[in-house]
Write a protein that binds this ligand. Structure first.
Ligand SMILES: C[S@@+](CC[C@H](N)C(=O)[O-])C[C@H]1O[C@@H](n2cnc3c(N)ncnc32)[C@H](O)[C@@H]1O
Length: 268
């Protein structure tokens, strides 16, 4: 608790992001990782390996960009920094631990950026006004970008924006919240499909809650019902083993790795 309170006070984070829960979420991930370290180990190690596999196939080794770098739990940072001329870590909020880690590598840069482009406008939004429209992230389309990693980010893009809309508009905002969440997910996938360099998408596409005997109580898409890209690999992440979020039910996520998602569809 004390650790989390200190992190809340010390982490640089603009007001809109604090108000909308981005910093709390980042701190909660750290706390949950400390509690569920063993259950998360396989997911984190597979994520890191998927990035290294994609890096090995990048056409050149100029710039690598990691979107959703967060606490760097799933980023093989030293290996990426050794392989690429430069590595850019992008997140809406960078925790202090990631800032310190990045500082140790001369060719690693942190960029604080909302990949959806809507957070500031959504923070100012009032019920009855049109919702902001998600934007493409220019930096991933620069000609020297040889690798873009979307890292356990896709399912998260709509979560806090939807909650913010429902907090402001109440149940009447539910349909708009769902529509915006789907638009954020879709725009990110379309943006990745237009990248010229190699793209590695790692993210959960489905979640479910199950009891100890395997009975599934609830199951849903974690990407707004949008069809998931073709998976090169997939695994199950026990994200919240009981009693982490529920005394009896454990929450699982199906995580996929997709290489250059949507590119063949764009070409065709
Ligand atoms: C589940 S975490 C990914 C795990 C992360 N690599 C780690 O080790 O902590 C999702 C990350 O996406 C970031 N994120 C969520 N929405 C974002 C947005 N609109 N723009 C940029 N980053 C965002 C969060 O801040 C968080 O760090």
């Amino acid at each position: 608790m004390i650790l989390e309170a200190l992190e809340w006070l010390a982490t640089p984070c603009p007001r809109p992001l604090r108000d909308m829960g981005y910093l709390s979420e980042l701190i909660a991930i750290g706390a949950r990782h400390r509690r569920c370290r063993a259950a998360w180990a396989d997911h984190l190690s597979r994520s890191r390996q998927a990035i290294l596999d994609a890096a090995a196939q990048a056409p050149n080794r100029r710039k690598a960009i990691v979107l959703g770098s967060g606490r760097l739990l799933d980023v093989p940072l030293a290996a990426l920094a050794a392989q690429f001329e430069s590595v850019t870590l992008v997140d809406a909020v960078h925790p202090l631990a990631a800032r310190w880690q990045a500082r140790r590598q001369a060719n690693v840069t942190l960029v604080t950026r909302d990949v959806t482009g809507i957070i500031d406008a959504l923070h100012r939004w009032r019920p009855g006004e049109p919702l902001p429209v998600p934007r493409s992230l220019d930096m991933i389309h620069a000609p020297d970008v040889d690798l873009v990693v979307s890292l356990n980010l896709l399912s998260q893009l709509g979560v806090l924006p939807s909650e913010w809309i429902e907090k402001r508009a109440g149940p009447a905002g539910h349909a708009s919240a769902e529509a915006l969440s789907a638009a954020l997910t879709r725009t990110h996938l379309d943006d990745l499909a237009r990248c010229a360099g190699r793209v590695c998408l790692i993210g959960d596409v489905e979640w479910w809650r199950a009891s100890a005997d395997g009975t599934v109580a609830e199951r849903s898409s974690s990407i707004d019902g949008i069809e998931a890209p073709t998976a090169l690999a997939e695994w199950i992440w026990p994200m919240a083993p009981a009693p982490e979020a529920d005394p009896l039910l454990s929450e699982f996520r199906r995580v996929i790795v997709a290489r250059d998602p949507g590119k063949s569809a764009q070409a065709g």
